[in-house]
Design a protein around this ligand. Structure first.
Ligand code: G
Ligand code: G
Ligand code: MN
Ligand code: NA
Length: 243
């Protein structure tokens, strides 16, 4: 069947959900944030990963529908956790197409207001392989978002189409790097510091990788070793443990 057609209305039918992966502050092993990751439970195919359906959604206005659902859901969940007394931020992956929508800043401001969220509790992750060549337009959008206090991360740096030029020209707060940059870890961490950015290393699966990244001065990390993406209830249990 046509995946795009099946995807339409998936949120309203209850087929979408978010899983949350912990981000740890390495010096004291504290859970400081979570990355929200989208899942689609297809009635016949079972759970479909975003790598399979986001590209389809990006070819049409579906990406707006999905993005709106995701942002709303993440803000709703984050707001509940904050009201329960937990101290954390949440990041949401954003399609550049969504970021470019004329109404995006207004929608975002409205979401923050409705959920009574201070902007700094939310991070938006933008991946460079999905970035338009329009660096200037993108930069303006990022500045508009940051004007609300929302933080912006450049995702997947060092993988695929990454370029130092993009990192230098985009006014982001955070750079997320892949554990494959381990051999260059200290250089990348220095680069981040030089550019005034926070560095988050992701994909950490082995204790040795964690040790190398920590020794290089990387303070924030995520990966299967530190916590798998998990449903909200499970993440909540983790938060209660360390409360
Ligand atoms: O969770 P998983 O490993 O399947 O994610 C695969 C890719 O999908 C990653 O690049 C991730 O950034 C992206 N992704 C996950 N959730 C979302 C989402 O809500 N919106 C968008 N645009 N991309 C997402
Ligand atoms: O592109 P982005 O960084 O948003 O993609 C995040 C994806 O990486 C998620 O789909 C998540 O499931 C996956 N992921 C998170 N931690 C690990 C890890 O330690 N190893 C691997 N292979 N994938 C991971
Ligand atoms: Mn991401
Ligand atoms: Na990433």
């Amino acid at each position: 069947a046509d995946m795009a057609a099946e995807l339409r209305g998936a949120g309203e039918r209850g087929e979408l959900s978010l899983v949350y992966q912990p981000v740890l502050h390495l010096p004291d092993n504290r859970l400081v944030g979570v990355e929200a990751l989208l899942r689609w439970r297809h009635p016949r195919l079972g759970v479909v990963r975003p790598a399979q359906f986001i590209p389809v959604a990006e070819e049409s206005d579906l990406v707006e529908e999905l993005g709106t659902w995701t942002l709303h859901q993440a803000c709703h969940q984050l707001s509940a956790w904050l009201r329960a007394g937990h101290d954390l931020w949440a990041s949401v992956n954003l399609s550049t197409r969504q970021l470019h929508l004329p109404e995006f800043p207004v929608h975002l401001a409205e979401l923050l207001r409705v959920h009574r969220l201070p902007g700094y509790r939310l991070t938006l992750e933008v991946a460079e392989h999905r970035m338009a060549r329009d660096i200037k337009g993108l930069s303006e959008r990022i500045m508009a978002v940051r004007g609300m206090g929302v933080r912006v991360a450049l995702d997947d740096f060092g993988a695929g189409y990454s370029s130092l030029a993009q990192l230098r020209s985009l006014p982001v707060d955070i750079v997320k790097i892949d554990k494959d940059l381990e051999p260059l870890a200290d250089l990348v961490v220095q680069l981040g510091q030089r550019l005034g950015l926070e560095v988050i290393v992701e994909g950490i699966e082995q204790p040795e990788q964690l040790a190398t990244m920590a020794a290089a001065g990387c303070q924030l990390a995520q990966g299967f070793l530190l916590g798998r993406p998990m449903p909200a209830e499970q993440l909540e249990a983790l938060l209660e443990e360390t409360f």
